[in-house]
Design a protein. Structure first.
Length: 465
């Protein structure tokens, strides 16, 4: 039997520098922290779940972990889809959800300073009260944290116009593996002094440091967007319309795609008034104020010319909100159909038809269902393999289909992940995308930030062979 003394020492030292009830060790309490929303990603039983409320407490945890070489997994709301937040056997889960303060909203410099546990939707509503706008809006915005968004460089529905999380990060406060405090970036709108460590840390999935504070750029709040929904009898027609909309320079603030399977799943999950019998639905918005009506009219004409069966403009804000809600329900609706493996490939818009045709062929070859919603305006699709979890043969076919979709994405000049991150789920594919030299440089960077290898080990970088 293993000697429990080292574990007791670690727990005692952790508790000595933390507030009461910050450390959870009872398996009944720690079980909920073992994994995120990704299926089929290994997770372990943590030695402890630690819930700090300050940067100083995070520093204390990392100092203890470094002294005893205990792995640490930073964790937010566990809404991720790559296994990046999964616990490691005998390690420490560092849950940052209690660090949930909005420290500053500055309408002059148009920045917000927040802790990592702030929910995306809470921040968005808070800045809107001051006439400001925080654009990154993943579909999970009601439950995902800013820290988790930063860790994965999350995208969202409005990326097509505004960009991803990293495009709105001016500076970070980060606790290193040794417990030191690193500040990167700046509060100013411009600044090019030194290497861009901020951009490096956003998207590192907790493998280089623990973000404890972020200075985020904001924009003036746009006017209420107008929304258009176009139903198509074929996927090819829908994607042709999208490429023409983007080529026309209309700059939609949202451009989303739902295949027929996904439309039916949403409607079955909740009656949203979505059309029946269609093979594809395109949802697009314009938030350009007085020009929005002209924009959606132009988008509608393009869709009609591309063969749309029906084109409808939302009559008011309530109807627009309903269409947005339908898009945000995709994950929950698809889960009702069976076990899922959610992919996240992105390809150039010009190759979207090849991607969807290829996915259809892969689904047929491996005898699985594949739902394919996505942020079609920026080429980031979410093909989701659906199968019977209780059937080992179906599970095996699903994994083969999942891998085939990633291989297809790379063959079309794309990437294995547009916004979900690598985590555990896509770790073995990263080296394929990066190549030998880039993979080696990634490892060298990891060694500089985390020489003992305690920060989220086994995530992102493939194992060396």
């Amino acid at each position: 039997m293993a000697d429990p003394t080292p574990d007791r020492t670690v727990l005692s030292e952790l508790a000595a520098g933390l507030h009461t009830d910050a450390v959870l060790t009872d398996p009944a309490s720690t079980e909920a922290y073992r994994h995120d929303e990704a299926a089929f990603c290994a997770s372990g039983s943590p030695l402890a779940v630690v819930r700090p409320t300050s940067t100083e407490e995070v520093q204390h945890v990392l100092r203890v972990a470094s002294a005893h070489r205990v792995p640490v997994v930073p964790q937010g709301a566990r809404s991720g889809l790559s296994g990046a937040a999964n616990a490691i056997e005998g390690g420490i889960v560092l849950s940052l959800t209690r660090m949930d303060r909005i420290l500053d909203i500055d309408p002059v410099d148009q920045v917000a300073v927040v802790e990592p546990g702030v929910l995306n939707a809470v921040l968005s509503r808070a800045v809107l009260e001051q006439g400001l706008y925080y654009p990154p809006d993943p579909s999970s915005w009601e439950l995902s944290t800013i820290g988790g968004n930063l860790a994965t460089n999350a995208g969202g529905l409005c990326c097509v116009k505004y960009g991803v999380t990293a495009d709105f990060v001016r500076g970070l406060e980060v606790v290193t593996a040794s417990g030191e405090l690193l500040r990167t970036g700046r509060r100013t709108a411009k600044g090019v002094a030194g290497y861009d460590l901020t951009r490096l840390l956003v998207g590192c999935e907790g493998t280089l440091g623990v973000i404890t504070k972020a200075t985020l750029g904001l924009r003036p709040a746009p006017e209420a967007a107008l929304t258009i929904a176009a139903a198509f009898g074929s996927v090819a027609d829908a994607l042709t319309a999208v490429t023409r909309i983007m080529a026309a320079g209309l700059q939609p603030s949202m451009c989303e795609f739902l295949d027929g399977l996904t439309v039916r799943a949403i409607q079955d999950y909740r009656d949203m008034g979505l059309p029946s019998g269609v093979q594809a639905l395109v949802l697009a918005q314009s938030d350009r104020g007085p020009r929005a009506a002209d924009d959606v009219a132009a988008m509608g004409r393009i869709c009609a010319d591309a063969g749309a069966l029906d084109v409808a403009v939302a009559s008011d804000a309530t109807e627009s909100a309903m269409l947005m809600e339908a898009r945000r329900l995709v994950h929950f609706a698809i889960e009702k159909l069976g076990a899922t493996l959610v992919d996240d490939v992105a390809v150039p818009r010009s190759r979207l038809i090849e991607l969807l045709d290829g996915i259809e062929a892969i689904a047929a070859e491996h005898r699985v269902l594949v739902s394919c919603p996505g942020h079609v305006g920026d080429g980031n699709m979410h093909p989701t393999v659906i199968f019977d979890r209780g059937d080992p043969a179906a599970v095996e076919r699903a994994h083969r289909a999942f891998d085939a979709i990633m291989e297809l994405g790379l063959a079309l000049d794309g990437t294995i992940t547009g916004e979900h991150g690598v985590g555990v789920l896509k770790r073995d594919w990263l080296a394929t995308e990066l190549g030998e030299l880039s993979t080696r440089i990634h490892r060298d960077i990891k060694a500089v930030f985390d020489p003992l290898g305690i920060l989220n080990p086994g995530k992102v970088l493939p194992e060396q062979r």
